[in-house]
Design a protein. Sequence first.
Length: 378
Amino acid sequence: MPGDSTTAVHGGEATDPRSGAVNVPVTLSTTYRYPELEDGSKAPYIYSRYTNPSLESVEAKLAALEGAKHSLLFASGMAAIQAACQTLLKPGDVLAVQRGVYGGTSAYLRDELAQWGVQVAPFDAHTKPALTKGTKLVWIESVTNPLLRVADVPLWAKAAHAAGAKLAVDATFASPLLQRPLAMGADLVMHSATKYLGGHSDVTAGALSTNDAALAESLFLRRRNLGPTLDPHAAYLLGRGMKTLALRMERHSASALALAKAASAMKGIAAVHYPGLPGHSDHAIAKRMLKGGFGGMLTLDLGTLKRAQAFRQKVRVIVPAASLGGVESLVSLPIETSHAYATPASRKADGIGDGLVRVSVGIEDLADLVADLKRGLA
Ligand SMILES: Cc1ncc(COP(=O)(O)O)c(C=O)c1O
């Protein structure tokens, strides 16, 4: 895709404008010389919670990747979700949310936003759009966890706009390399930058991007008022990780596809969920929604919880841990993590079997990963 360069940034912020340093220095100062200068002009920075040079250089990089006019960084993905919801909704409004979104998002909507007077209306993103009256925001995910269902972004953008609502897409699983929802009609894109954007499981961060200047301004105010601004150290780590995003996504996608194919031919696996396989229920949609690969997430159905737990214990390369999107492969069992608090009946209704094993495929040698898969199944 044009504009995929993860190292260059339009506007020159990829290098330090003062020293020319190839890596933009971390600016730790919390405060800046008084904003009104002697010549009457305004200095760009006031106080680091509002914004600071470390944040802005990474935000410019993200905006270039996302094809967005504005990007804002937050202290976590959840902080970005909260800022988005509290900017686009007010008490009495309806938020339509795709069924099966990240558990933390569901918990925030149920435990926080609903208390604030917003009606949360779950919907199935794989049926014909029919939004509840009063819907002001529609929230979907590019690729869901753990069955890796792929939503039709333009379809939901059209439905949201026809209802007078905005569409927000949590594109964490796709990353801006595989999907740019703003170009598909979305109004807002959210990332848990803790995952693929950071890429090394060593920084917690969130991001929001939009082409709407008024919305960006409101999000900026929300971040200033609520205070979840990303720390400059964390911004530096995030920016460093983003430099290799294109290389990593290429490898994550290629290895996940190869593993999915290898797993499909192995005995002892009841089902392989990967949107790049022709047998996946959303393969046709995925081909339209994801460009340059189908991502690094892969879910295997081993039939029973006992077999899933045995897999997790036997693997040696793949690390048993929550989260995703890092250079190292991780395995987790949805029944113990994302769906631990769902009732057996609701898990069944959502197709979450007891034997599911979710693998975040890293960038290790493919032969080692295939051998580890066999080891886990033995
Ligand atoms: C799809 C998705 N959205 C949002 C989040 C929340 O992000 P964070 O953990 O950075 O707050 C996560 C975290 O796992 C996620 O997987």
